[in-house]
Design a protein around this ligand. Structure first.
Ligand SMILES: [Zn+2]
Length: 324
């Protein structure tokens, strides 16, 4: 009897297990089947999609090369050092809009930067920044203003361009638009028999960026010739307002440091213009040297036979940030 009851209980448990088996199978199917199916679908579709993309992207790369080929060698060299096609495409777009600035503000080489550091212009820049810092520190006791005397090399600017996320966001958007055009056989860019390089250059120059990237296109940052400073505010050793776009509202505007820094700079010196308005960077001030001609002489890679005219150091072209 005991054995019978035991058997019946086991049979009953087995019976219940069979009742919930469909439910278990359903759950297993829900959990794993679609994922596996999608994976299979991806495996099936990937080669074809990749093939289609590669032909269209290849055409886009040919267009980039054609538009870049006649440009200044400093630009074509920089473009070669941007491996990701979308980022290279966006850089080309910005270069097309800023060609007149290349001679005057292209980032100094290490040799040029060393030469610049021996000039009166550099000493004046240090004196101006130091004075701004002293005025700030006396206006706001307990707080310290710092501004690195950084000449941002082309290499550093390329590193930023190749890694900063805000560049990828805009670059991917431009890349997608171009890929769509290249894939459209009714568009002049969708035909493989002719390259419409000039037309593509016009398209790039006219394409409006949905948002501005937070760094400048490599070579054309104002920091490349120490024509700009990024001010940072410390309380003791703690950075409370730095050059980071994500902190603008909290660390700069709401807390009042945007206005306080501007008041201190305005009081201390007439050689700074700022902050950078578009895209908005409350820490970034353009520096206007007292004697730009001297800087131009240092900046020229080789004597050109005629005296260049001083370039006004105001942001030009399509809005771009300067700092991450
Ligand atoms: Zn800056």
């Amino acid at each position: 009897m005991v054995a019978l009851r035991h058997n019946r209980a086991r049979s009953c448990r087995n019976h219940r297990w069979w009742l919930i088996l469909p439910l278990i199978l359903l759950l297993l199917a829900a959990d794993f089947h679609p994922a596996e199916a999608q994976s299979r679908k991806r495996r099936r579709k990937r080669p074809a999609a990749a093939k289609t993309l590669s032909i269209v992207e290849l055409r886009l790369r040919i267009y980039i090369d054609w538009v870049a080929a006649p440009l200044d060698p400093r630009i074509t060299n920089a473009l070669r050092r941007i491996p990701a096609t979308p980022r290279r495409l966006l850089a080309l777009k910005y270069y097309l809009g800023r060609l007149p600035e290349v001679d005057s503000i292209w980032a100094w080489t290490a040799v040029q930067a060393r030469a610049y550091r021996t000039t009166d212009e550099y000493r004046q820049a240090i004196a101006e920044v130091t004075h701004v810092r002293h005025v700030f520190d006396s206006l706001y006791p307990g707080y310290t203003l710092l501004a690195p005397m950084e000449i941002r090399s082309l290499e550093a600017q390329l590193r930023n361009w190749n890694s900063v996320r805000s560049v990828a966001v805009v670059a991917d958007s431009l890349f997608d638009s171009c890929i769509a055009m290249m894939a459209d056989t009714t568009s002049p860019f969708g035909r493989s028999d002719t390259i419409h390089a000039a037309l593509f250059g016009d398209f790039l120059a006219a394409w409006e960026t949905p948002v501005a990237p937070t760094v400048a296109v490599p070579g054309l940052s104002q920091h490349g010739q120490l024509r700009a400073f990024d001010f940072r505010i410390y309380r003791g050793r703690r950075l409370i307002a730095g050059a980071t776009a994500a902190t603008i509202e909290r660390a700069w505007d709401s807390s009042g440091w945007t206005a306080k820094l501007n008041a201190a700079i305005t009081l201390a010196s007439s050689r700074f213009v700022g902050p950078l308005p578009n895209p908005y960077e409350p820490w970034h001030y353009t520096y206007i040297p007292a004697n730009p001609l001297q800087i131009e002489d240092v900046a020229k890679p080789e004597p050109q036979g005629e005296t260049p005219s001083p370039t006004p150091f105001t942001p030009k072209g399509i809005p771009q940030g300067e700092d991450e």
